[in-house]
Design a protein around this ligand. Structure first.
Ligand code: S3P
Length: 170
């Protein structure tokens, strides 16, 4: 690391189901710092769930709210930060991420589909998680790789090993 003058000690990016929240919380706990998630920031800023924002206002509106939440958190959150899976679509976010230590959690579409099946609502994935995630990963992998200082391939690793791989680089 070292590039960032302030802000998060680590920023996690990756597709829905990559494990950003689980890994981020564990890394934060090990470091004794706070964990923050930009989806939760958007929800508290707008007073509604991410799903409701998509339903009532559409994706473009969500992306604008997400961009604002991400830039704020990058400027002021001193702990571990997880970004919503689509945050890297924004060129301004990607430019800002160049100043931070970013970890890309790479995941296969089938592993991600298994995880999102167990978790909360994912409005972009209603058509069928595995197919959508495969398309999403194909489109976004270059963007995740562009912003990442390190990539952790989660396919062969359990949560503890993913956390250890990040801590060793910090
Ligand atoms: C999205 C990912 C979600 C959430 C929204 C859109 C995406 O966050 O921001 O549903 O475009 O990949 P998670 O990656 O935390 O699921």
């Amino acid at each position: 690391p070292g590039a960032a003058v302030s802000g998060p000690v680590a920023v996690l990016v990756g597709a829905p189901g990559a494990g950003k929240s689980t890994v981020g919380m564990a890394v934060a706990a090990r470091l004794g710092v706070a964990f923050r998630d930009t989806d939760a920031d958007v929800e508290s800023n707008l007073g509604m769930s991410v799903s409701d924002v998509f339903l009532e206002h559409g994706e473009e509106y969500f992306r604008a709210a997400e961009r604002a939440a991400v830039l704020t958190a990058l400027a002021e959150h001193p702990g571990v930060l997880a970004l919503g899976g689509g945050a890297v679509l924004d060129a301004g976010v990607r430019a800002e991420l160049a100043r931070h230590w970013v970890v890309y959690l790479d995941v296969t579409a089938s592993d991600a589909a298994k995880r999102v099946g167990l978790a909360r609502d994912r409005p972009l994935l209603v058509e069928g998680p595995r197919t959508r995630l495969a398309a999403l990963l194909k489109a976004r992998r270059p963007l995740y790789e562009e912003v990442a200082a390190i990539t952790v391939d989660t396919a062969a690793l359990g949560i503890d090993d993913v956390v250890a791989a990040i801590l060793i680089e910090l």
